[in-house]
Design a protein around this ligand. Structure first.
Ligand code: DGJ
Length: 709
């Protein structure tokens, strides 16, 4: 029989009773096949073929819904047992349908079921054709007459078959987010995950780049970028088997998270979102960026506000007078908003350091005797907006909130607590806590209607993992916490659909595409040293469009001049976190000028296409450029980091993405002397083949070029 199947496949005929399910975007195809015993296999993931019929010739790569005990020898996607101890599940195809979605894409829904245990799984594949993105998730339905227990519940299992696999991961720590390392995958498993509960991405980010056959390159090679939309514990398992085939399992991290499904209940996994390109990581990133702006991020195609944040200018040490002076500075600089950071609240336990006050969201009467309204009146008078920092999921043991609701914190009931930044995490699995968090924010917006923006922080991972609310099912906490978090965000988004918000978690500790449904941008890192930022922003750029990456100019690294700092910040959503009175007059003047420059080019940075030209990881130079969608205007950012002494000029910087036949006028902008300098007029062909003299042999220089057709 096996022999017959092989013959049928090689002549391009599907075996009798086999059925093909083709999930297509404009350039990518994921092909699944139901074989005669109703098992669902993946037969292809790659470049979309011109003749769909030819997928018939491909062999099975592996099952899509591998569950525990079904005879597969490697890591399964699902492990579901019932309370009779049945540890076996064989999910077989029942039906599928393809629907058109509102945005003119498609959604394929495949139903699989176990014939013995009546548990079923629905697989969802949503395509974003133009952006070449596929998002997939599963629903697990308990059809048994008894509870079942989910031990593993992946969002996706993808099979790949190539000569070699190179994995780029993005990991680090506080102030060292998204450091990139690439390694070749060999036999066995490589896991990237997080157990932190909250501030989940402090050490590892929920995304990866997988290159097939050779190392990742910007403009050539097969690259798959994948990410999980989940603001909690995640896990990616990459397993290479004895035949050098790779499976990638993505989903919630099942660590300490056995989940009980009652009779008739459904569990929905988060989305795994991926794109595939045969033209390198550059195109794959651009796919994800376009998808994110059009289909995912809150106000993805909307404006973003430039701002002045007081955190690094004052830390906790401020009063109304100081803040009003900063508001005046924000206006003088031409910024859109002033953002008041941590330290504005708490009376019985004033928030004068990170020891006290979290949870008591009333303005501190000493620092702000006239409340927040005095500040919003000051911003309104200046014609700018007012934003406010909050950390509503957290509590200090020194707070009125914990005195009133000791059981609202995630804390052990029988051991000494451990604290992270002197605080505890509130139990968002508890609906009372969810209501409290919503009411805090809603209350602030009601009593102070001129608040136009929130920076939502989350500084602590979950410590002392015990919930007084989830008494009988502690292993639900990690998951129900995240669901509770989303429930609050949903309610807020419904009531305030266009309220811009910055996602922050002690720097970049939360960076995922489910949270970004509710947030317009995120704080990339507390590390604002411009040199480090070149690396950090470079890392984030693989997944996130520039308009989401908050990049502030601060006092970090006194050896770097203000122009370099600003040029770095301009490659993202620019802001300042500075006390301008500490700057020299020419530096302060330059900041003003730079804000105007930025306002003139930010549409290209926000909505255009990113080309990463030279990686900072070579430690000498780095450059990136943004081009508008019509290829008429572009901005190029070039930095000399630590070039070694050389008698000869560095190589010219070859640009990308331009139209070869078009002529572009090139000038250098954002120069410290405030004067633009004409460089010349060149064809796209010349600029892409020969390039611009953009680098120097000097340390820590930067140049910004503007190109116009
Ligand atoms: C951590 C954030 O990353 C900082 O920007 C700042 O808001 C502090 N928290 C305030 O406590």
């Amino acid at each position: 029989m096996k022999y017959l199947t092989t013959i049928l496949l090689t002549v391009g005929i599907l075996p009798l009773s086999a059925q093909q399910i083709v999930i297509n975007t404009e350039h990518t195809a994921l092909v699944l096949r139901v074989d005669k015993d109703k098992r669902l296999h993946q037969t292809y993931l790659g470049k979309r073929l011109i003749h769909e019929k030819e997928y018939d010739m491909l062999s099975n790569m592996g099952e899509v819904c591998i569950a525990n005990g079904n005879g597969d020898y490697f890591e399964p996607a699902f492990h579901i047992s019932n309370n009779k101890g049945n540890e076996t599940l064989v999910l077989k195809y029942v039906s599928h349908q393809v629907k058109k979605t509102e945005d003119n894409n498609t959604e394929t829904v495949i139903v699989l079921s176990d014939e013995v245990r009546q548990n079923s799984v629905r697989l969802f594949y949503k395509t974003y054709s133009k952006e070449d993105v596929i998002s997939t998730y599963a629903e697990i339905i308990n059809g048994e007459q008894q509870p079942v227990y989910l031990y593993k519940y992946a969002s996706a299992l993808l099979h790949l078959n190539a000569e070699a696999y190179y994995l780029t991961q993005f990991n680090g720590d506080w102030a060292a987010e998204v450091g990139m390392t690439e390694s070749r995958l060999g036999f066995g498993k490589k896991i990237i995950d997080s157990n932190l509960g909250t501030r989940t991405n402090m050490f590892a980010s929920p995304f990866f780049v997988l290159s097939l056959e050779k190392n990742a390159e910007e403009n050539t090679g097969k690259a798959l970028i994948g990410t999980l939309g989940w603001t909690g514990n995640f896990r990616f398992t990459f397993e290479v088997d004895h035949e050098n085939k790779l499976r990638v399992i993505s989903g919630i991290n099942p660590y300490n998270s056995k989940y009980e499904l009652k009779v008739g209940e459904t569990f929905k996994t988060p989305e795994f979102i991926f794109t595939y390109s045969e033209r390198g990581t550059g195109e794959a990133s651009r796919n994800i960026h376009s998808w994110a702006r059009r289909h995912r991020i809150k106000d993805g195609q909307g404006e973003r506000l430039t701002l002045l944040n007081n955190w690094e200018a004052t830390y906790f040490d401020f009063n109304e007078k100081k803040i009003i002076a900063l508001i005046d500075e924000a206006k003088t600089l031409g910024l859109d908003m002033f953002l008041l950071d941590d330290g504005w609240f708490g009376n019985k336990y004033p928030r004068n350091n990170d020891n006290a006050g979290l949870g008591d969201w009333q303005p501190n009467k000493k620092k702000l005797p006239n409340g927040l309204n005095a500040l919003t009146a000051a911003t309104a008078k200046k014609g700018i907006k007012f934003g406010l920092w909050i950390e509503p999921e957290m509590v200090n043991p020194k707070s009125e909130l914990i005195e009133q609701h000791p059981d609202w914190a995630i804390a052990w009931n029988d051991r000494t607590q451990s604290y992270f930044r002197n605080q505890l995490v509130l139990d968002m699995s508890n609906p009372e806590v969810q209501a409290y968090v919503f009411n805090i924010i809603d209350g602030l917006l009601t009593t102070c209607p001129n608040i136009s923006y929130f920076k939502w922080d989350c500084n602590s991972p979950m410590t002392n993992v015990y919930s007084a609310y989830e008494q009988s099912c502690q292993s639900h906490l990690f998951i129900d916490y995240v669901k509770g978090f989303y429930a609050v965000l949903d309610k807020l988004k419904t009531k305030y659909p266009h309220l811009p918000m910055m996602l922050c978690a002690g720097g970049g500790g939360r960076t995922d595409y489910e949270a970004l449904r509710y947030f317009t941008e995120f704080w990339a890192s507390d590390n604002t040293d411009p040199i480090d930022r070149l690396y950090i922003q470079w890392g984030y750029s693989y997944l996130f469009p520039a308009k989401t990456i908050c990049s502030h100019v601060t006092a970090w690294n006194k050896k770097v001049d203000i122009k370099f700092k600003i040029d770095v910040a301009m490659m993202g959503k620019m802001g300042f976190d500075l006390n301008f009175s500490t700057l020299s007059k020419p530096d302060a003047e330059f900041c003003k000028y730079a804000v105007q420059t930025y306002n003139g080019i930010k549409d290209i940075i926000f909505e255009g296409n990113l080309y990463r030209l030279v990686s900072p990881y070579n430690n000498t130079h780095t450059a990136s450029m943004f081009i508008d969608n019509a290829s008429k205007r572009a901005v190029v950012f070039a930095f000399d980091i630590f070039p070694r002494y050389s008698k000869t000029a560095p190589q010219p910087l070859r640009l990308q993405g331009l139209q070869a036949a078009k002529m572009y006028r090139v000038k250098e902008i954002n120069r410290y002397d405030g004067k633009e300098q004409k460089i010349g007029t060149f064809s796209g062909d010349y600029l892409m083949s020969i390039g611009l003299q953009a680098f120097t042999g000097k340390r820590l220089e930067s140049h910004v070029f503007y190109l116009e057709e």
